[in-house]
Design a protein around this ligand. Structure first.
Ligand code: PHE
Length: 341
């Protein structure tokens, strides 16, 4: 029996096979267990003779199993270590890097282009008061333009406090710049704006860039040259054609909506040429009432202003067609349209 069991332990090829051998020998019905049980039925003389041999058998089997088990486990570990070797000479995987959002990219491009024309970047709060967003821009309480702006108002504050709102355009930065600074002024003001509006081309939060020049002897000609120079640099084409259409804004007089010419290339609209016209911005000569509201003498100072949708500029330059995707935070979209920094 001893030889049989020890031989079986030696050839057990894995931990499961070894366990089967163990149960077969040392389990309740096991062959070695049966020997141990037989001791109970023996005469004292027989027991004295066979007892040590049977106990010796159990010990030999138990220790052989333990030895074999350790060997099998070691072999398993060695195999695992061999298969899981790390090659330390391989290059490390590149870490996930974010991208620059097209809106941020366009804002940077605008700041760069206008810096070359001598414009500084100005900012203002997104939570504005009624005076800066409307009244100082010649949009009094009763003006129908207020209704057109679909304004998000904050709940009424304490008695006498001004109504607060989310700015509906970047034009209040014109006011803040004229009130806080001295002409000559040349600024652009990119930033977030808000209107209660939502479809494929409108989101409740969107981006505008405001432009403001206040100096002596400023004319519509300066406005047109500035816009032309800016759009040529932005779209990186010389065949940019502008069309100024008479329009109305309470804070400019005269006012002009500016269309940029596009052409069809490979079935797609691209900026440049003049096969068709696309409206890109609002502009005009700053209204004397606005200049006066900021504490400047309109006889002495004149200027022009313009306001332009940044998201729209990004779509036209980089070819997105749904504005809502800009603000969904979809990593695939950001990877596709984003820029590396
Ligand atoms: N604030 C205007 C708008 O949001 C755009 C504009 C700015 C027009 C400056 C004229 C001058 O529609």
């Amino acid at each position: 029996l001893r030889e049989d069991v020890l031989a079986a332990i030696d050839v057990a090829a894995g931990l499961d096979a070894l366990e089967a051998v163990r149960v077969h020998a040392l389990g309740k019905q096991g062959s070695v267990t049966a020997q141990l049980k037989s001791l109970g039925k023996m005469t004292p003389e027989q027991r004295q003779d066979l007892g040590p041999r049977i106990h010796g058998l159990r010990e030999a089997v138990t220790s052989a199993i333990a030895t074999r088990k350790a060997a099998l486990e070691q072999a398993l570990l060695d195999a695992q270590l061999a298969s899981e070797t790390l090659d330390m000479t391989l290059p490390a995987p590149a870490p996930m890097a974010g991208t620059v959002h097209p809106v941020s990219q366009v804002m940077d491009e605008l700041a760069e282009i206008f810096a070359d024309l001598g414009f500084a970047v100005a900012t203002g709060p997104e939570i504005e008061d009624d005076w800066h967003n409307f009244t100082a821009l010649n949009i009094p309480e009763t003006h129908p333009a207020r209704a057109m702006h679909d304004t998000f108002y904050f709940p009424e504050g304490e008695d006498g406090a001004q109504k607060m709102l989310l700015r509906t355009h970047t034009s209040p930065v014109q006011i803040r710049t004229m009130v806080n600074g001295k002409p000559p002024i040349r600024i652009i003001a990119p930033g977030r704006t808000y209107r209660s509006d939502s479809d494929a081309t409108h989101t409740p939060m969107f981006h505008q860039v405001e432009g403001l020049v206040i100096d002596k002897g400023i004319t519509l000609g300066h406005l047109k040259w500035t816009l032309e120079t800016f759009l040529k640099a932005f779209f990186e084409r010389d065949d940019i054609v502008l069309r100024l259409r008479p329009s109305y804004f309470p804070f400019t007089e005269p006012s002009a909506e500016v269309d940029v010419g596009y052409s069809i290339e490979k079935g797609k609209r691209v900026i440049g040429g003049s096969e068709g016209w696309m409206e890109v911005l609002g502009s005009g000569m700053v209204h004397p009432k606005v200049i006066a509201a900021c504490g400047l003498d309109p006889e002495e100072w004149q200027g022009f202003a313009f306001g332009c949708g940044i998201d729209r500029l990004a779509m036209l330059k980089y070819g997105m067609d749904d504005l809502r995707a800009f603000f969904d935070g979809d990593l695939r979209w950001l990877k596709h349209y984003g820029f590396s920094s």
